[in-house]
Design a binder for this molecule. Structure first.
Ligand code: NAD
Ligand code: SER
Length: 313
């Protein structure tokens, strides 16, 4: 019997992944935790606890008391917010990971999921079809923490045999929960503003291409890599996941097909430099080969669902 702990269940990914895990493992077998309250559907469907992942003692108590076997550790400070508060963000991103890895070692937990990001790449990385193995010199606090985290999860796998699994998520697009302070957030905000006001002022320039992914595809990929048989995984750092690649200009044109009067303007801020250091599109052939990564959503399909669902809200 698996018993799952989700850390960061109230965030953009956690608010959807928790419910999907409850469908798979049973509501009472997925313990949701966050430092802030969870959405109503998580509170109503199963166990929830307020937990600061930096509190290693409480984290261990919860894991022992609930007889946890797997952890999805989603708590982090994302790229934009981390640049505003470098040291506290480094502390949260790194110490939380060490707390989880040390408890996994002490309690012999079966599997840990911890997401990395396209932020592990930097200005010296090839921008087009960025390979799985390439130059990695991130120049953001968030990117440095994700690259360090990748090295540490591989270390814990090699030294202690802990089944660590990870994806380098691109920017994630979803309609349930607002994005958490990253550089790719424009691709979520744009839909809300298009529907509410017919206008959007984008904080990235019109031709800034970035890899993005619709949440249902991200959740499927997360569960697939966690469910994959161990011998199929050729790496224990983190898999490139490409998703769909577009610019703000391309996305705005796609939205205009549904909302013809939509207007976009551009006022790049500090996040432009972060985006400029990340790839345009990445190569995820290793994930396809190892555990069969696939996608359901392209840009038109994702745009249609986003507009329909936000209008419904
Ligand atoms: P988010 O900011 O929406 O959610 C993170 C959650 O963690 C929040 O609910 C927050 O309250 C919680 N949290 C923060 N500090 C905590 C603490 N000390 N203890 C317990 N909980 C705490 O982030 P997200 O977008 O859901 O991202 C989840 C993970 O995926 C992160 O590791 C992030 O780096 C990674 N990721 C996200 C994206 C994306 O586009 N959303 C892309 C790449 C990687
Ligand atoms: N969406 C994330 C960010 O912009 C990428 O990891 O920070």
């Amino acid at each position: 019997m698996e018993k799952i702990l989700v850390i960061g269940c109230s965030g953009q990914i956690g608010s959807e992944l928790t419910l999907e895990l409850r469908k798979m493992y049973g509501d009472s077998n997925v313990v949701a935790t966050d430092i802030r309250p969870a959405p109503a559907d998580i509170l109503e469907s199963g166990p929830f606890e307020i937990l600061d992942v930096l509190d290693a003692g409480k984290l261990q108590l919860v894991c022992e008391h609930e007889k946890i076997t797997q952890v999805y550790h989603l708590a982090a400070i994302l790229s934009g917010n981390a640049e505003k508060r470098p040291m506290p963000s480094w502390e949260i991103n790194m110490r939380s990971l060490f707390n989880v890895l040390e408890i996994a070692k002490a309690l012999k937990l079966k599997k840990i999921f911890w997401p990395s990001s396209i932020a592990v790449f930097g200005p010296t990385t090839p921008r087009m079809n960025t390979p799985q193995y390439t130059t990695m010199e991130p120049n953001t606090v968030y990117g440095i923490s994700k690259l360090a985290g990748e090295r540490w999860i591989e270390y814990y796998y090699q030294k202690y045999g802990i089944e660590t699994r990870s994806l380098r998520y691109p920017g994630l697009i979803s309609y349930k929960t607002e994005a958490g302070g990253g550089t790719t957030d424009y691709a979520v905000e744009i839909f809300y503003d298009a529907i509410k006001t017919g206008k959007y002022e984008c904080f990235l320039s019109s031709e800034t291409a970035l890899p993005m992914m619709f949440m249902p595809d991200a959740i499927k990929a997360t569960i697939d890599v966690m469910e994959a048989e161990s011998f199929k995984l050729s790496l224990r750092s983190s898999y490139n996941v490409a998703g769909i690649c577009f610019t703000p200009h391309t996305l705005a044109n796609e939205i205009k097909k549904q909302i013809p009067d939509f207007e976009i303007s551009y006022k790049p801020d500090f996040r432009q430099a972060i985006a400029d250091s990340w790839p345009d599109c990445i190569d995820d052939s290793v994930a396809q080969k190892d555990w069969g990564l696939t996608y359901e959503y392209d840009l038109p399909r994702m745009t249609q669902v986003m507009i329909d669902e936000i209008r419904r809200k």
